[in-house]
Design a protein around this ligand. Structure first.
Ligand code: TXA
Ligand code: MG
Length: 318
């Protein structure tokens, strides 16, 4: 095996001394700390200004580590991990006592995930503990998909950002829990519901629209940029807001508008997911009053993208 890089060694040393490090994953950047050390975990909540009732995902190097941190693992969880790990899938499993209550906000389940990013997998494999890591953004804001995004918002508060470039998927992991082995999707994300159903059959989706959210990730206003977002047909929205300076967020069509972001010039949902959070951040820097967005095709990754757009729309202020 090649020698471990100096960047990974630096991240490892900081994490071993209880500090936080921003880490790249295939979905979004995470703000990581030793998941077994409550002092490190409480720093995560502090830096993110995140309420402690919102539990953290614990990242492991591979499936063989799951039985250390979770018990009573349903067959369907094993099947999904075998098929999709490393990858954008978080499994909610019954927690083992070694996971501090602070990590799970007192719940008896823990969210476990094996991220698909070479640097972070190498880092995880070199550590004797798993990493608790929420997305590396202030609570309630858009998740970071590039090191610069992390630096802009949390750079002053953390000692190191492990630079793994731009995130390949760009939207958070899909969260799946189980009731008597029956999978339930609690957050749509980088792994499509259709892909999950190919392995375990029809699944129940309780994301976003739930009136009684089980996870704060289901809260409507969880992904809000600073500007108000409205969703609909672009032409109609432009007629509705003639007096405002608008930013247009489109799937593929270029309106040649002064303030616009085309999510997917090539027309793929993968490209749209990769660009979504960068686009929302770019708009925040533009002198606009409002973001007018069209939904993307509502299938595969498109369902997760539309979910994030609807949540952004739920909380904006003009
Ligand atoms: O892609 C991802 O999942 C990224 C990367 C860094 O891995 N992480 C991420 O973490 O998006 P975060 O904390 O921003 O969102 C995780 C969501 C939260 O809404 C939290 O409520 C939910 O997962 N969650 C974590 N543990 C849970 C548990 N035991 N039960 C229910 N929900 C849980
Ligand atoms: Mg988050």
């Amino acid at each position: 095996m090649a020698e471990i890089g100096t960047d990974i060694l630096k991240a490892k040393a900081l994490l071993e001394s209880g500090e936080l490090v921003a880490i790249p994953t295939e979905t979004v950047y995470g703000l990581a700390g030793d998941a077994l050390k409550p002092e490190a975990v409480s720093k995560i909540f502090e830096v993110k200004e995140r309420p402690t009732f919102d539990p953290l995902i614990v990242h492991v190097p591979d499936f063989s580590h799951v039985s250390k941190y979770a018990a009573d693992i349903p067959d369907n969880a094993t099947k999904l991990a075998e098929r999709f790990w490393p990858g954008p899938l978080t499994l909610l499993l019954k927690k083992q006592p070694v996971i501090p209550h602070l990590v799970t906000s007192g719940l008896d389940t823990v969210g476990l995930r094996c991220p698909d990013h070479a640097l972070t997998r190498e880092l995880l494999a070199s550590l004797s503990f798993p990493l608790a890591a929420p997305s590396a953004n202030p609570f309630g804001y858009v998740s970071p998909t590039r090191p610069a995004h992390v630096n802009e918002q949390l750079g002053k508060k953390i000692k190191y950002i492990l630079d793994g470039g731009k995130c390949g998927i760009g939207i958070e992991s899909t969260i799946v829990g189980f009731e008597n082995n029956k999978p339930i999707v609690y957050r749509m994300g980088g792994l499509s519901v259709e892909a999950i159903e190919k392995v375990v059959g029809k699944v129940n989706v309780q994301a976003y629209s739930s009136s009684n959210p089980k996870t704060p990730g289901q809260l409507k206003s969880h992904y809000a940029p600073t500007h108000k977002v409205v969703i609909g047909k672009i032409e109609e929205l432009l007629r509705r807001y003639p007096a405002l300076t608008c930013g247009l967020l489109t799937f593929q069509k270029d309106y040649k508008f002064p303030y616009q972001f085309v999510l997917a010039p090539s027309g793929t949902l993968e490209e749209a997911a990769q660009n979504l959070f960068t686009a929302l951040r770019e708009f925040d820097k533009m002198p606009i009053d409002i973001i007018l967005s069209e939904p993307v095709p509502d299938q595969g990754l498109g369902r997760a993208i539309n979910d994030r757009l609807r949540r952004a729309a739920a909380n904006g202020t003009a």
